[in-house]
Structures are given as structure tokens and as C-alpha cells.
Design a protein around this ligand. Structure first.
Ligand code: ZN
Length: 83
């Protein structure tokens, strides 16, 4: 069995297609709401979450790192309010 030890797994940046080691990739979870758009009780909606992976430069370029920092700050603020 071809087990590679000591090697990082590579993920593909969805923006530029570059292969990046998983531990260096920037992961951003995007949540979107899907709905069947029926205006009655048969309407079904659900949240789907997609994890998008970017290389470091695309993460910076697309301000993903900033968004993640903001998310973390929001989470922290909410926790402090909840006391
Ligand atoms: Zn990239």
C-alpha cells in the first residue's frame, strides 16, 4: 500500500488551481440557503455549507483572511455578551 508518510496532503486552490499543502491552505466556509421557491407548505429550504480552499495569496487577495478574522472576532464578542 502506498502510504506516504511525512508528506502534506495537497489541496487545490479553487481560485487559481494551484496545489497547496493542506496545512497552509486557507479554508473558508461559505453558507448558502437553497430553497425550492414554492410559496406554500411544500417549500423546502435548507442551508448548505461549502468549504472553499484557497492558497495563501488568493486568500489574501480575496480578503478571505480578513473575513475569517472578523468571524473569529464576532464569535468572541458574542461569547462575551452571553455571560
Ligand atoms: Zn490560489
Amino acid at each position: 500500500m502506498g502510504k506516504r508518510r511525512g508528506r502534506d496532503r495537497l489541496v487545490t486552490c479553487i481560485s487559481c488551481g494551484r496545489a497547496v499543502p493542506k496545512n497552509k491552505a486557507i479554508e473558508y466556509e461559505r453558507r448558502s440557503r437553497i430553497s425550492t421557491d414554492l410559496r406554500d407548505e411544500n417549500n423546502v429550504s435548507a442551508f448548505i455549507s461549502n468549504v472553499e480552499q484557497y492558497c495563501i495569496s488568493c486568500g489574501k487577495h480575496r480578503r478571505i483572511t480578513e473575513k475569517l478574522k472578523k468571524q473569529a472576532a464576532n464569535r468572541r464578542a458574542r461569547r462575551e455578551e452571553g455571560i
